[in-house]
Design a protein around this ligand. Structure first.
Ligand code: SF4
Ligand code: SF4
Length: 301
C-alpha cells in the first residue's frame, strides 16, 4: 500500500481541472521556482508554519516542544535550527497560529476521503486532481489512488512540472484522464536560473506524453520580466507547435502574491517579493501573441 506526504486535501476546487474537483497536494518537488506559490510543498518533510496574527500567547506550544525550539514572544516563533518538524506544537495550538504542513497518508485513506464528493464530480464533470509539490515524485501513490478512483468512475487529473523520470509518467499515464503540464520557460539556461534545473527532461517528457495521445493542457505561470517577452513567447510557441497536436493549448497563469504569507510563516525567503502584478491588458497582449503564433491560448481565472 503506497503512502505519501500530503499537505492538504482541498474540496470544491474549480481551478484544477474540469468541473468540481478535490485536489490532493503532495509534498516534495525537484524544482525551486522563484515564483512558487506553495512553498510548504517543496520539501517532502513535515514542517510547521507560524501565523503571528493568530497567536494568543497561551504558551502551550512551548510546553510540548521536545526540542526547546519554540521562542516565546518572538516574531519568528520557531527556531528552525532546532525544530525537527514533529508538529506537536501545531497539534496543541488551539488558535491555529501554528500550522502543520504534511502528514503521511495512504492512497486508500485519501481515496476514502475524496470519494465522499462523488455526487459533485458526477453532477459537474469533475473528479480528483493530484498537485503539489510535484505529485509524480510519488508515482506509486498516484497510480494506486487513480486506480481506486477509476474503479468508482471518478475522473483523474495530474498537475505536473514534468521534471520526473520517464518511468513515473509511464506508470500513471494509463490511469490519468488529463495532464496539466507546466511549460515555464523554453530557454534551458533561464530555466535553470529561475527553477534550479534545466528543461531538457521536461520538454522530452512533454513530447513523449503528447506522442502517446494523452490529453494535455499546458500551463504557464506568467512572470513579468521572466517569460513574458517576445523571445520566450516565440520559443514556447515553437515547442508547442512542434508537438503536432492541434488540440493542445496553453493556459496562462498570471503571477500573483497569494503565496507570500506562506514564505513568511515558514521563515523562507520570498525571492519574488515586491514583483509588480501584470495589468490585464499586458496579460491579454501575451495571450493574443500566442494565438497569433498558432497556439490556442487562454488565461486562468
Ligand atoms: S499554542 Fe498557538 S496561540 Fe498559544 S502561544 Fe503557541 S502559537 Fe500562540
Ligand atoms: S515542530 Fe516539534 S520540534 Fe518543531 S517547534 Fe514544533 S514541537 Fe518543537
Amino acid at each position: 500500500m503506497a503512502t505519501a506526504m500530503v499537505s492538504n486535501i482541498q474540496g470544491y476546487s474549480i481551478h484544477d481541472g474540469p468541473g468540481i474537483r478535490t485536489v490532493v497536494f503532495l509534498q516534495g518537488c525537484p524544482l525551486r521556482c522563484r515564483w512558487c506559490a506553495n512553498p510548504e510543498n517543496l520539501s517532502a518533510r513535515t514542517a510547521v508554519g507560524f501565523l503571528s496574527r493568530l497567536c494568543a500567547g497561551c504558551g502551550k506550544c512551548a510546553g510540548v516542544c521536545p526540542r526547546g525550539a519554540i521562542l516565546p514572544g518572538a516574531e519568528k516563533r520557531v527556531d528552525r535550527e532546532k525544530c525537527d518538524g514533529c508538529a506537536l506544537c501545531a497539534d496543541v495550538c488551539f488558535y491555529g497560529a501554528l500550522v502543520r504542513y504534511g502528514r503521511e497518508r495512504s492512497a486508500e485513506e485519501v481515496f476514502r476521503q475524496v470519494r465522499k464528493d462523488k455526487l459533485f464530480y458526477d453532477a459537474s464533470g469533475g473528479g480528483v486532481t493530484v498537485s503539489g509539490g510535484e505529485p509524480l515524485t510519488r508515482p506509486d501513490f498516484v497510480a494506486e489512488l487513480f486506480s481506486l478512483c477509476r474503479g468508482e468512475g471518478i475522473a483523474t487529473c495530474a498537475e505536473t512540472c514534468g521534471c520526473v523520470p520517464r518511468r513515473a509518467l509511464e506508470e500513471v499515464r494509463p490511469l490519468t484522464d488529463l495532464f496539466y503540464y507546466d511549460l515555464k520557460l523554453a530557454d534551458p539556461e533561464k530555466h535553470r536560473e529561475y527553477t534550479g534545473q534545466d528543461n531538457r527532461q521536461i520538454l522530452e517528457n512533454a513530447a513523449w506524453l503528447a506522442g502517446q495521445g494523452a490529453q494535455i493542457l499546458f500551463r504557464q505561470p506568467l512572470i513579468p520580466g521572466i517569460n513574458d517577452g517576445e523571445g520566450e513567447i516565440r520559443a514556447c510557441a515553437a515547442f508547442l507547435r512542434s508537438l503536432g497536436r492541434e488540440d493542445i493549448g496553453l493556459q496562462l497563469m498570471p503571477y500573483h502574491r497569494l503565496g507570500e504569507s506562506k514564505y513568511a510563516a515558514l521563515d523562507l525567503p520570498c525571492l519574488m517579493a515586491g514583483t509588480p502584478l501584470m495589468a490585464p491588458e499586458e496579460i491579454e497582449a501575451v495571450r493574443q501573441r500566442y494565438e497569433s503564433l498558432g497556439v490556442p491560448c487562454t488565461v486562468s481565472k
